[in-house]
Design a protein around this ligand. Sequence first.
Ligand SMILES: [Zn+2]
Length: 166
Amino acid sequence: MKLSNNVVEEVVIEVAGEDVLPLVKALKNKKNVSEFKLAEKMGLEVNTTRNMLYRLYHSNLVTFIRKKDKVKGWYIYYWTFKTKGIKHLVKRIKTKKLDQMKERLQREIEGQFFACPNNCMRLNFDQAVDFQYKCPECGGLMQQEDNNEKIAEIKKDMKKLEEWLK
Ligand SMILES: [Zn+2]
């Protein structure tokens, strides 16, 4: 599985939010970075930084160790970004997408679809019957649609995704 920077960013945004991206950049390819250093580097309050780190932690994208500061007596957390966690999440997201595509393909293969000549909308068979084959938007006569092209397109996308997941 290829893991480009784009993929990493995509996953981080999806699971933890876009505001976390600079933090991920500051963490990547390093080990055990103090949260105070991270906060300083990003110009943020330590609490804000911690909140972001916890979001990543909930998605299993960071690990931490804590050490007691001998002078101040409190614990300092040191964080490490887990690239493995990204791989796992990407796989989960893409697998879910593939499942949705399978369902959609099934619907396209089994169903009959009707489209308005003015492209207002597309209805399945039951819906078209409900509206007596008249477009609810413009009143145009709905035509049965040849969805072979759509089916081919979904199959192509699925193949790409399956290749990627290998
Ligand atoms: Zn219409």
